[in-house]
Design a binder for this molecule. Sequence first.
Ligand SMILES: [Cu+2]
Length: 129
Amino acid sequence: MPTALHRLPQNAARRRWLGFAGTAAALAALSRIPARAAEPRVIRVHAKRFVFTPNQIKLAPHESVVFELVSEDVMMGFSIPQYGVRVDVPPGAPVRLAAQAGDAGTVEFLCDIFCGSGHETMNGTLIVG
Ligand SMILES: [Cu+2]
Protein backbone atom coordinates (compact mmCIF):
# COMPACT_ATOMS: atom_id res chain seq x y z
CA MET A 1 0.00 0.00 0.00
CA PRO A 2 2.75 2.52 0.68
CA THR A 3 3.87 2.10 -2.93
CA ALA A 4 0.39 2.92 -4.20
CA LEU A 5 0.31 6.04 -2.04
CA HIS A 6 3.69 6.97 -3.38
CA ARG A 7 2.64 6.56 -6.98
CA LEU A 8 -0.54 8.62 -6.70
CA PRO A 9 1.02 12.09 -6.52
CA GLN A 10 3.43 11.22 -9.32
CA ASN A 11 0.58 10.13 -11.58
CA ALA A 12 -1.39 13.22 -10.73
CA ALA A 13 1.59 15.40 -11.50
CA ARG A 14 2.16 13.62 -14.79
CA ARG A 15 -1.48 13.87 -15.72
CA ARG A 16 -1.40 17.58 -14.96
CA TRP A 17 1.68 17.98 -17.13
CA LEU A 18 0.10 16.00 -19.96
CA GLY A 19 -3.00 18.15 -19.62
CA PHE A 20 -0.90 21.26 -19.87
CA ALA A 21 1.00 19.91 -22.87
CA GLY A 22 -2.26 18.96 -24.53
CA THR A 23 -3.72 22.41 -23.91
CA ALA A 24 -0.57 24.05 -25.24
CA ALA A 25 -0.69 21.90 -28.36
CA ALA A 26 -4.38 22.68 -28.85
CA LEU A 27 -3.74 26.41 -28.45
CA ALA A 28 -0.85 26.23 -30.89
CA ALA A 29 -3.07 24.44 -33.39
CA LEU A 30 -5.91 26.93 -32.87
CA SER A 31 -3.61 29.88 -33.35
CA ARG A 32 -2.61 28.47 -36.72
CA ILE A 33 -6.14 27.80 -37.95
CA PRO A 34 -7.46 31.39 -37.91
CA ALA A 35 -4.44 32.59 -39.88
CA ARG A 36 -5.27 30.14 -42.66
CA ALA A 37 -9.03 30.40 -42.45
CA ALA A 38 -9.01 34.20 -42.37
CA GLU A 39 -9.11 36.41 -45.44
CA PRO A 40 -7.64 34.69 -48.49
CA ARG A 41 -4.32 36.02 -49.71
CA VAL A 42 -4.73 38.67 -52.39
CA ILE A 43 -2.29 38.29 -55.26
CA ARG A 44 -2.00 41.27 -57.56
CA VAL A 45 -1.23 40.45 -61.18
CA HIS A 46 -0.58 43.04 -63.87
CA ALA A 47 -1.51 42.31 -67.46
CA LYS A 48 0.15 44.19 -70.28
CA ARG A 49 0.42 43.09 -73.89
CA PHE A 50 1.60 40.29 -73.84
CA VAL A 51 2.87 39.56 -70.38
CA PHE A 52 1.48 38.80 -66.96
CA THR A 53 3.56 40.11 -64.05
CA PRO A 54 4.31 38.03 -62.10
CA ASN A 55 4.06 35.08 -64.47
CA GLN A 56 5.10 32.53 -61.84
CA ILE A 57 3.03 32.42 -58.66
CA LYS A 58 3.54 30.06 -55.75
CA LEU A 59 0.49 28.69 -53.95
CA ALA A 60 0.12 26.22 -51.13
CA PRO A 61 -1.88 23.10 -51.96
CA HIS A 62 -5.62 23.84 -51.57
CA GLU A 63 -4.91 27.46 -50.64
CA SER A 64 -7.77 29.88 -51.24
CA VAL A 65 -6.60 33.05 -52.91
CA VAL A 66 -7.99 36.11 -54.63
CA PHE A 67 -6.29 37.31 -57.78
CA GLU A 68 -6.48 41.05 -58.23
CA LEU A 69 -5.98 41.73 -61.90
CA VAL A 70 -5.05 45.00 -63.52
CA SER A 71 -4.80 45.53 -67.26
CA GLU A 72 -2.46 48.32 -68.16
CA ASP A 73 -3.49 48.65 -71.78
CA VAL A 74 -6.30 46.67 -73.45
CA MET A 75 -9.08 44.22 -72.58
CA MET A 76 -7.57 40.97 -71.38
CA GLY A 77 -8.87 37.73 -69.96
CA PHE A 78 -7.40 35.86 -67.03
CA SER A 79 -8.19 32.16 -67.11
CA ILE A 80 -7.09 29.14 -65.12
CA PRO A 81 -8.66 26.36 -67.20
CA GLN A 82 -7.63 23.57 -64.82
CA TYR A 83 -9.49 25.24 -61.95
CA GLY A 84 -12.45 26.24 -64.12
CA VAL A 85 -12.28 29.96 -63.35
CA ARG A 86 -11.82 33.05 -65.52
CA VAL A 87 -12.61 36.75 -65.60
CA ASP A 88 -12.57 39.64 -68.06
CA VAL A 89 -9.90 42.21 -67.22
CA PRO A 90 -10.81 45.59 -68.71
CA PRO A 91 -8.14 48.30 -68.67
CA GLY A 92 -8.23 50.71 -65.77
CA ALA A 93 -10.13 49.25 -62.85
CA PRO A 94 -8.82 46.17 -61.05
CA VAL A 95 -11.04 43.09 -61.02
CA ARG A 96 -10.91 40.23 -58.56
CA LEU A 97 -11.14 36.50 -59.10
CA ALA A 98 -11.34 33.97 -56.27
CA ALA A 99 -9.67 30.63 -56.83
CA GLN A 100 -8.65 27.62 -54.84
CA ALA A 101 -5.46 25.73 -55.54
CA GLY A 102 -5.63 21.99 -56.03
CA ASP A 103 -3.01 19.38 -55.28
CA ALA A 104 0.70 20.05 -55.66
CA GLY A 105 1.88 20.52 -59.22
CA THR A 106 2.05 23.18 -61.89
CA VAL A 107 -1.02 24.79 -63.41
CA GLU A 108 -1.16 27.14 -66.38
CA PHE A 109 -2.99 30.46 -66.45
CA LEU A 110 -3.46 32.45 -69.62
CA CYS A 111 -5.06 35.36 -71.38
CA ASP A 112 -8.20 34.10 -73.14
CA ILE A 113 -9.23 37.29 -74.93
CA PHE A 114 -7.40 38.09 -78.13
CA CYS A 115 -5.32 41.16 -77.36
CA GLY A 116 -3.05 41.33 -80.39
CA SER A 117 -0.20 39.51 -82.05
CA GLY A 118 1.59 37.84 -79.17
CA HIS A 119 -1.60 36.96 -77.31
CA GLU A 120 -0.97 33.25 -77.92
CA THR A 121 2.06 33.29 -75.63
CA MET A 122 0.51 35.38 -72.88
CA ASN A 123 0.46 32.94 -70.03
CA GLY A 124 2.00 32.01 -66.71
CA THR A 125 2.35 29.22 -64.19
CA LEU A 126 0.94 28.55 -60.75
CA ILE A 127 3.46 26.53 -58.78
CA VAL A 128 1.46 24.62 -56.20
CA GLY A 129 3.55 22.98 -53.51
CU1 LIG B 1 -4.70 38.11 -74.89
